[in-house]
Design a protein around this ligand. Structure first.
Ligand code: ADP
Ligand code: MG
Length: 480
């Protein structure tokens, strides 16, 4: 196991020192392996199968000293990723197994195929290209966005499985998860990850031929090739001159028989040659209307990974990352406000940040929560996944048995007035609308009416147990 220490990666201690102080006599090595074996069992139970396989399975125990367990992995990229994302989990499990505080340290070990007695590494770095005999590196395909990298992608529980799969593919195209099928809703980062795979594959191997396009572009290209009688070129482009095919939004192929036919043959040719196929979709293969059965079954061969809506913590982290990148002064309270109120998708989140900062700089004001509330009121309510005012009025009217029309009207009869106040209160709680904006949506009432309503309901909730439970249950139904 004592492969040469090609690189030492630090964290959290100075690992150069740590690695030196560990001498690899047999007993230490086996103690390390023993501890690691037990830790692995613990981790296996805690993580999804794919996270585990991608990140932890390739890790080996290297050495154990009084205060440090040194682990090794063949990929520095993976080590960095584990350190950034999973170190706390890892350390906690190591410490539980060791029943003592321990640091965890990593080294990059040599590629595993030099140690044939070990299991093949799931992550294999491409061989360095011999100089001179090779053709010059392919230029980066122009349609791959250099900004969409793994580094600029914020990882959280909603996407860590997808990122793990993409990282494995990017590190060793064609070796694992082939094909990789990534699906998830609009604006959740699929295209970003596809580009990240392309960028990473090109960075590790500049000779890698990466082809990225949307399935619409693929369809158009095919139509064009058919019209111009240029099918041989078309086929060469996607079969011979391609090591990694990145096909975005494959759901567009549904019902396009001829394109599917061509893609089917492209798929087979690439797969047979061990070339990587990576597609994205906003639906599962089984949900794409008019998607051929044989294609569907092809995607079962590989891995189907999903990407979910990010949680609020991830949304806030994304905002901060973007603000930082773009030099936008975003305070924590505004980031939290936006992250809490814009839940639809990341694209919307980014768009809002950009709009907000544009507005702030145009008007020479600072970005505050109030400004955000004001500038983004349409997004926050209409385009976020929040209930809109009419939906709130509707559920209040049902629960309190008054007509929606009356809630928006002026009648002061007690039952009606109370329902109106509750609806205003809930609107204030679950949307980001300002008081005047709420008044406007309730049939053009003054903002002071809304303020009074909110205060009144707050008071009543202290006094009236029944009203309180009605309001709380409505609030929950509205996602509060
Ligand atoms: P999709 O293809 O799923 O519709 P995109 O990849 O186009 O979504 O993502 C929309 C925008 O959101 C992009 O600008 C992308 O960079 C950004 N984005 C999405 N998820 C993340 C994330 N986890 N971290 C950083 N940026 C993200
Ligand atoms: Mg996309």
């Amino acid at each position: 196991m004592a492969g040469p220490l090609s690189t030492v990666v630090n964290n959290p201690v100075d690992s150069t020192a740590a690695a030196q102080e560990v001498t690899l006599d047999g007993s230490q090595e086996s103690a390390a392996q023993d501890l690691w074996r037990r830790t692995v069992e613990r981790l296996r139970g805690r993580l999804s199968r794919h996270t585990f396989q991608t990140y932890f399975e390739p890790i080996r125990a290297h050495a154990l000293s009084a205060d440090t367990l040194v682990l090794s992995h063949s990929s520095r990229f993976m080590i960095d990723w584990v350190r950034d994302n999973l170190l706390d989990i890892l350390v906690a499990d190591v410490e539980s197994e060791a029943s003592a505080p321990l640091k965890v340290d990593f080294i990059v070990r040599e590629r595993e195929d030099l140690h044939s007695h070990e299991a093949p590494a799931p992550v294999v770095q491409p061989l360095p290209q011999p100089m001179r005999i090779e053709p010059p590196p392919a230029t980066r395909p122009l349609n791959i966005n250099p900004k969409y990298t793994f580094d600029s992608f914020v990882v959280g529980p909603s996407n860590q499985f997808a990122v793990a799969a993409c990282t494995a593919v990017a590190n060793a195209p064609g070796k694992h998860y082939n094909p990789l099928f990534l699906y998830g809703g609009v604006g959740l980062g699929k295209t970003h990850l596809v580009h990240a795979v392309g960028n990473h594959a090109l960075k590790t191997n500049p000779h890698c031929q990466v082809v990225y396009l949307s399935s619409e572009a693929f369809t158009n290209d095919l139509i064009h090739a058919l019209e111009q009688h240029r099918m041989p070129e078309f086929r060469a482009r996607y079969r011979e001159k391609c090591d990694v095919l990145l096909l975005d939004d494959i759901q567009f192929l549904g019902n396009k028989k001829q394109t599917m036919e061509e893609f089917f043959h492209t798929f087979n040719a690439l797969h047979e040659a061990g070339k990587q196929i990576f597609v994205t979709s906003d639906k599962l293969p089984s949900e794409i209307e008019g998607f051929e059965e044989r294609l569907r079954s092809r995607f079962q061969w590989g891995l189907i990974a999903d990407i979910q809506q990010p949680e609020v913590e991830t949304r806030v982290a994304i905002l901060k990352r973007k603000a930082n990148q773009d030099g936008i002064a975003l305070t924590d309270d505004v980031a939290l406000f936006l992250g809490t109120h814009i839940r639809s998708n990341v694209r919307e989140l980014e768009g809002s940040l950009i709009r907000l900062s544009a507005f702030a700089s145009l008007t020479h004001t600072a970005i505050t929560v109030e400004l955000a509330r004001d500038v983004l009121k349409n997004v926050l309510v209409v385009r976020g996944d929040k209930p809109d005012v009419d939906a709130i009025i509707k559920i209040v009217s049902e629960a309190m048995q008054v007509k929606p029309h009356d809630i928006k009207g002026d009648r002061r009869q007690q039952g009606i007035a109370r329902a109106r106040q509750v609806a205003m209160y809930l609107t204030r709680k679950v949307t980001a609308l300002s008081f005047p904006a709420i008044g406007e949506r309730f049939g053009g009432k003054d903002h002071s009416t809304v303020i009074n309503a909110v205060e009144r309901v707050e008071e009543l909730m202290q006094e009236d147990q029944e009203l309180r439970s009605t309001v709380e249950s409505l609030h929950r139904r509205l996602g509060g």
